[in-house]
Structures are given as C-alpha cells and as structure tokens.
Design a protein around this ligand. Sequence first.
Ligand code: P6P
Length: 335
Amino acid sequence: MESTGITVMEHLLIHQKENPLATGNFTRLLSELIFSAKIISREVKKAGLVDILGLTGKVNVQGEEVRKLDDYANRILIYRMQHAGVLCAMASEENADIIEVPDNLPKGDYLLIFDPLDGSSNIDVNVNIGTIFSIRKRTSDRAFVTLEDFLQKGTTQVAAGYFLYGPSTMLIYTTGNGVDGFTLDPSVGEFLLSHPSIKIPEVGKVYSVNESYRAYWDDKVKAVVDYFKSPENERGKPYTSRYIGSLVADFHRNLLYGGIFMYPADKKDPAKPHGKLRLLCEAAPLAFVVEQAGGAATDGFQRIMDIKPEALHQRVPLFIGSKRDVEKATEIMSG
Ligand code: P6P
C-alpha cells in the first residue's frame, strides 16, 4: 500500500513501470486535465461571489439550459486540452459534435470524452458537482478523426475518472489497475494521495434513485426499488435512501460507503425513453471506475462496458455500485 500524501504525478511515476499508459503523453494528458480542474475548482469555490452563476441564455445539445459555470468549465477544458499536444479529438456533453484539434496545434493519439460540470443544476445552491472524463486511444489509422473513433465500447477505455468539487476537491481515477483517490491541498495546489486502492463494499447500505418518477417506471423497475426499500432483502433491513441529484456526488458516496445508484428508463419524457444519463461521458467512465473498485454497472440487462454506442450522446439506463446490489437489480430487471 502506498504512503498517502504523495502527489498524483509522483503516484503516476511510481506506477510508470507497471502501467504502459504512464508514458510521457498520458502523464501530460492527465496533468493538463488536473490543471483545468484546478481552474474550475477555483471558479466553483467562488461561484457565489462573482457573476458566473445563473444562466447564459443558451441551450445545449441535451436541451438543457447552460449555466455560466458549465460554459466556463467547458471552454477551459476544450482550450487547454486542444493545446496539450496529446489528443487528436474530444467530445463534450455540452457540444453536439466531436471537437477536433486544429491542424495548427500539435496532436496525439488520445481521445478525451468529458462532462465538464455534471450536476450543474446544483451550482446555485452550493451542492457538490463534478467533471467526469473518459480517455481512449484512437484505433483507426485514417488521416482524420471521425465519429466512429468515439463510438467504441467502454472496455476500450484506457483511463477514466472524475473530479469532485465539494468541501474539498478530489480526483478519483483508474487506468485499469485499481482506483485511487487524491485530495487537492489548496495550500500547495497539489492533489495528494488520500484514498489509495479504493474498494467498494460487496453489499451496500444506500440506494439512490429519484422516486418522484415512480409513476413513469415499468413494474420491473418498481420491483427493484421496492427490493432495496424492503426489510425482506438480503441485508434483512431496508437500505438508506440518499439522492442529491448530482451524479458524481451520489456515485462517490456510494463508492466509499457501498450502495447502488439507479437512473432507470422511464416514460416521463418521450424524447428520453432510456433515462437521462449519457453512455459515453457519464455511464461508461463511472462503470470503469466502479468495476476497478470491485463493483458493477449495468443498464438493467447488460454490462455498461459492453455496450457499443450508436450515437455520441446516446442515453442509457444506469444501475451502478456494489456488485451484489447491481447483480440483484439486474436479476430482477431481467427476470
Ligand atoms: P433528476 C444532473 O443534471 C444530472 O445529469 C446528474 O448529475 C444527476 O444524477 C441527474 O441529472 C439528476 O436527474 O432527473 O433526478 O433531476
């Protein structure tokens, strides 16, 4: 077990020999991502003090109102990652199409997919929000990047994780060799190893779902949620309900405490029959993290990591968290 308190860069270099990914390019990609997150964290921390709260008046590809901090985070990430010299293209939850690296800038073989500021509806009320990222390597040998380069299964991810902007700013990520958590020490501006080798409890004690949508669920989803609320479940007592409407915060709590987060398919919006969450920039990166921590993630029927995307902003039902809990939910859904 590594000694806590080392910086994330020291951590990467220690694992350099074990991890073919910890090449100069990957390390550069992660350090640019970290620098962007430090800037976003700084702005999030003072969001209440300067006029970057509220709405921009724009609506994004998801049909959601874009908040100033959303837009700011998106622009920071796009600008810095385009100049990092290690990417060939990126995709953002805020942008309809893929974002290429301009020809006048140095390029690399990595692809970055991100949700710049997830949970943004919580910004104005000071609830934790986060940045989710998924890193892949380009597989095609075409001279230019196409959408097909992004429409790859979650199993092709080479790294994934999230930044959590809360009482402290954290970085949780995996490169396929387990999951490590780092906490930003603002006094030195470094992410320090605070949660080495995170493992999610096999069986949780928390269930997270927006129960106001019960009327829009099918009977199988109702049966899943009723299982976790019932004293007849395998734990012999009801799970505690915790849901704050910020995916990264809900996921992170369940990762550490054990539990299941669910955003099932529902009939509340005919335009979103598969629920609200996006496969490429939310479900797949968190599925990689949770599996590396010993947990599981399905769409109720199949492993999230095995789903081949058909579209960049494809939505997918999500059952993610403690292995035994996700297996039980999937068993009921598939029964
Ligand atoms: P609902 C935030 O807008 C978000 O995308 C996730 O962070 C969160 O889990 C979900 O939406 C909450 O959605 O429908 O419960 O408000």
